[in-house]
Design a protein around this ligand. Structure first.
Ligand SMILES: [Ca+2]
Ligand SMILES: [Ca+2]
Ligand SMILES: [Ca+2]
Ligand SMILES: [Ca+2]
Length: 324
């Protein structure tokens, strides 16, 4: 069960988004006049933060480099984009209870919940390469989820005008001016739009959690620019290659899940192309189970980073659909 994993797992510090183990430099959201061929298919991004109910102090949701200009960001012509970040709490936020909150379909009203804070950023030196802190928030302002024993908050990033790419990161912190994590907190999303490193030796990771009842996963990647290989690693899979997309297209494939992978995280590994550097590659990844329900990616993998464990002398169960 999820709640057991969270509490029994001990030290989960998933407050940095992208997470420490993910090795992803930035999230990216383009202005709504951007081209999807630049790597963002919907010009918005939704992340959830979970704060355990035992934590009873105020906290902040910090955004690093919220502006679109100066350092880090992707210019198209000139910097003329505006990006709005909005924090939501209260009823309607919990994506378990309210599927629209996941924002996977463009028609979904993903802004349900109480708007706690919101700010629009343009090309502003004040916030360039610096943090802006939303908050303080009280944990009880979140949407309580009994299964996770946590309050859930949502932060929505929208490229409301312009065409440039805003690169940024989040951090959930006990302090406005320092990065002080909250024990047992975590962050997750359903659709991950991120920037790859401009380094052909780098490997980035995302860690979806395989809950009870999942027998297969439909994986979609968009605008991968044919940038090397995507491998799926778990305690059971040594490295199953996934189909890769190219320019402004998507690749979808079904990956069977084994009994041994239930209740753990998978490791989707993004190995950049070795022959030459695909520069400024932005990519979108989303997953759903066999019932069409979206799977979460946790910034801090539930149960830790999965390591392949060869099965020796034990008959494998459920061999169907084993990939080559
Ligand atoms: Ca910047
Ligand atoms: Ca522009
Ligand atoms: Ca930025
Ligand atoms: Ca791309």
């Amino acid at each position: 069960m999820f709640s057991m994993t969270l509490s029994g797992g001990g030290e989960i510090f998933g407050q940095a988004v992208p997470g420490k183990d993910e090795n992803i430099p930035f999230l990216v959201t383009f202005g709504k006049n951007g081209e999807t061929s630049w790597g963002d298919d919907d010009f918005n991004s939704i992340f959830f933060f979970t704060v355990p109910k035992d934590f009873n102090r105020q906290f902040y949701i910090k955004v690093f480099d919220p502006d679109c200009g100066g350092e880090n960001d992707e210019i198209q012509g000139l910097f003329d984009s505006k990006t709005m970040f909005s924090v939501y709490g209260g009823k309607g936020v919990d994506p378990d209870k309210n599927v629209a909150s996941r924002g996977l379909k463009n028609t979904d009203n993903y802004k349900q919940g109480n708007l706690l804070a919101s700010k629009v950023f343009g090309n502003e030196a004040t916030y360039d390469n610096k943090y802006y802190s939303f908050g303080p928030f009280n944990p009880t302002e979140g949407d309580y989820n009994e299964k996770w024993k946590s309050y859930i908050f949502k932060i929505v990033c929208e490229g409301i005008s312009g065409d440039d790419g805003n690169l940024y990161r989040y951090y959930l912190s006990r302090d406005a001016n320092n990065d002080l994590s909250i024990e047992g907190a975590n962050a997750f999303t359903y659709e991950y739009t991120f920037r790859m490193w401009n380094d052909n030796k780098s490997v980035s990771h995302i860690y979806p959690y395989v809950d009870t009842g999942i027998v297969s996963i439909k994986e979609r990647n968009f605008d991968w620019d044919d940038d090397g290989v995507i491998l799926i690693v778990s305690t059971y899979k040594q490295g199953v290659p996934a189909g890769v997309s190219n320019e402004d297209d998507e690749k979808v494939q079904i990956i069977p899940v084994e009994e041994a992978e239930i209740g753990k995280s998978l490791d989707f590994q993004f190995h950049k192309k070795k022959e030459y550097i695909v520069k400024n590659n932005n990519v979108v990844v989303s997953l759903e189970n066999q019932r069409g329900d979206a799977l979460q990616f946790f910034s801090s993998p539930i149960g830790g980073v999965p390591v392949y464990q060869p099965v020796i002398g034990i008959k494998k169960t459920k061999r169907q659909g084993t990939n080559k």
